[in-house]
Design a protein around this ligand. Sequence first.
Ligand code: KE4
Length: 430
Amino acid sequence: MRYDKSRELFARAREAIPGGVNSPVRACRAVGSDPLFIREADGAAITDADGNHYIDYIGSWGPMILGHRHPAVIEAVGAVLQRGTSFGAPTDLEIELAEQVIAAIPSVEMVRMVNSGTEATMSAIRLARGITGRDIIIKFDGCYHGHADTLLVEAGSGVATLNIPGSPGVPADVVANTLSLPYNDIEAVTAVMQRRGNQVAGIIVEPVAGNMGLVRPAAGFLQALRSLTADNGSLLIFDEVMTGFRVAHGGAQALFGITPDLTCLGKIIGGGLPVGAYGGPGALMAEVAPQGKVYQAGTLSGNPVAMAAGIATLKEIARPGFYEALEATSARLADGLARAAAVAGVPVQVDRAGSMLGMFFTDRMVKNFDDAKTCDLKRFSSYYQGMREAGIYLAPSQFEALFVSAAHSDEHIARTVAAAEKVLAGLAAG
Ligand code: KE4
């Protein structure tokens, strides 16, 4: 494939934008490649500036569960554009999206719209601290909850990918109240809660981790967090920015039958436009300004164009059979990739939660960040590059997940598995 145009754009971008990208993981540094500049996308396909076509498994890092340029989303956005783009005042559209979220997630009786997952988790943490009057927050190594100062501790995603220890610019006293523990380690979190539970404002967790690669919760882990927080008057915060409407219509809390106190959302609820949200029981959300005293605001929160994309997306995924079909396609892909690795004799762990998949290049079962770090990153880079050359667009990091959309057909899956068979066989041959 030729990448002249992307190369030219990347050179220009690096003059104007730090690292040439507006989000670090897009720079593809961890896989020794330059980023592709994208011209357009449609359904499961994405086209770069040089006209190369790929089957897309990033899906804008999760939002594009319908596939790109779904007609219902494009039409809804177009219709709102005829009315304007932003009013800085309430509209009927934000009520509609809020009502859709509330209808889908029983633990959410009231929800506030923000502009990103980072804002959602940052606000939920502030609310937990405001409600409890406590300062300590517990998170888990390898989980990524956006780039708010208080949460950039042992984070996953781009922080893990670029191996940034925490981050410069985050004052020590800001993270002094953030404790990060090993994911799935019930003993560790029990020990901390026994010692300091009455100082803990909340525990925030990715109920299925997607930012250290895909790691599912061990049996009893989420239940333990639910009991420990309830016993200590702390709040359980599910960061469902990635898993919300992804692993099931009601998110991971529906899949595992756990009721958190607060839920953070993003990605899919914006249908590809900037939307985040946090919600929970009315009694807790009533503490958010202006109803309550916990302050949070945003110029573009509830933006009508973004709301329209989210509303259209949530309408489509609520259709009967949507998740069943997505489940079947995702299982076919996971099985195909696992089989391809086994036949090639390349040690790989493939796992899946709904239409979120992970593929670790290690012979070890991965149940936490330390396990994920045993992956052969060089081998992953070669796999990434080989798959990209074969027209398969994967996340450029071992510490990310793959996303399947409703637009991925059996033919897309077959082509992806065939490409993986060839690339993995090449890796095995060394
Ligand atoms: P944003 O601020 O990027 O909208 O959301 C932050 C966030 C919060 N919580 C979870 C569970 C998340 O996965 C994310 C963001 N996910 C990454 C991909 N792993 C976004 C990609 C990027 O940083 O460019």
